[in-house]
Design a protein around this ligand. Structure first.
Ligand code: SF4
Ligand code: SF4
Length: 186
C-alpha cells in the first residue's frame, strides 16, 4: 500500500512512478492522481496504452484551452505571416492529416511541438509534465517523442508493438506515403 497525503509524498511518487506502475494499492486524496490510478488498474495492454495516450492528449488540450498559440490568420501561423512565402497550415503543411480546420487526427507528439515563436509568447507544456506517460516503457516514451505526422491509431499501434526497429520501418513507410500523397494531390 502506498499512501500519498502531502506534496512531499506526491513528488516522491511522481519521481518513482515508473517503479510503481504495477502497484494497485494506492491511497490518496489528490484528484490529479485519478487518471494514473485508473491506468494502473487497466489489465489489457492495448486498452491501457490507449487510455494513457488519450489522457495525455486531453491534458495537453486542457493546458492550451482557449489559447490560439500559433496565432492563425487566413490559415497562416505567426511564422508564416512573418515569412509571407505563400505557405499555409503551419507545421502541418507537409502532412496528409492537415486541413484548414486543423488536424484531422490526434497526435500527441505534434501537440507537444512548439517553435521559438510560440515559446516566447506562452507557457508551454512539455513531455515530462505529463506524469502519466511515466507508466510507459522507456522504449515507448522514445517512440512517442518522435512519432510526428502519424494518425492516432498508428501511434497507438507503434506503442503496442513497442519495437524501435518496427517503428522505424513503419514511420519511414508513413513518411514516403505522406510525401507521395501530398505530391499527387497538388
Ligand atoms: S509551432 Fe510555430 S511554426 Fe509551427 S504552426 Fe505554430 S507558430 Fe507555426
Ligand atoms: S498529424 Fe501532426 S503534422 Fe499531421 S496534421 Fe496532425 S498535428 Fe499536423
Amino acid at each position: 500500500m502506498i499512501k500519498i497525503e502531502n506534496k512531499k509524498a506526491l513528488d516522491k511518487f511522481y519521481h518513482r512512478l515508473f517503479f510503481y506502475k504495477h502497484c494497485k494499492n494506492i491511497e490518496t486524496n489528490y484528484k490529479e492522481l485519478k487518471p494514473i490510478i485508473k491506468a494502473i488498474n487497466i489489465k489489457k495492454r492495448k486498452e491501457k496504452i490507449t487510455y494513457i495516450y488519450d489522457e495525455a492528449c486531453k491534458q495537453i488540450d486542457n493546458h492550451y484551452k482557449n489559447k490560439d498559440i500559433c496565432g492563425f490568420k487566413n490559415n497562416k501561423c505567426y511564422v508564416q505571416q512573418k515569412l509571407n512565402n505563400g505557405n499555409i497550415n503551419g507545421c502541418c503543411r507537409m502532412c496528409i492529416y492537415q486541413s484548414t480546420k486543423g488536424c484531422m487526427t490526434k497526435n500527441l507528439t505534434c501537440k507537444l511541438f512548439t517553435c521559438s515563436e510560440v515559446e516566447k509568447r506562452c507557457k508551454i507544456i512539455k513531455f515530462d509534465d505529463l506524469k502519466i506517460l511515466k507508466l510507459l516503457s522507456f522504449r515507448n516514451r522514445l517512440i512517442l517523442k518522435h512519432d510526428y505526422f502519424s494518425k492516432r491509431e498508428d501511434v497507438i499501434n507503434d506503442l503496442y508493438y513497442g519495437s524501435i526497429i518496427l517503428w522505424t520501418l513503419r514511420i519511414i513507410i508513413r513518411l514516403i506515403n505522406n510525401f507521395y500523397t501530398l505530391k499527387y494531390k497538388k
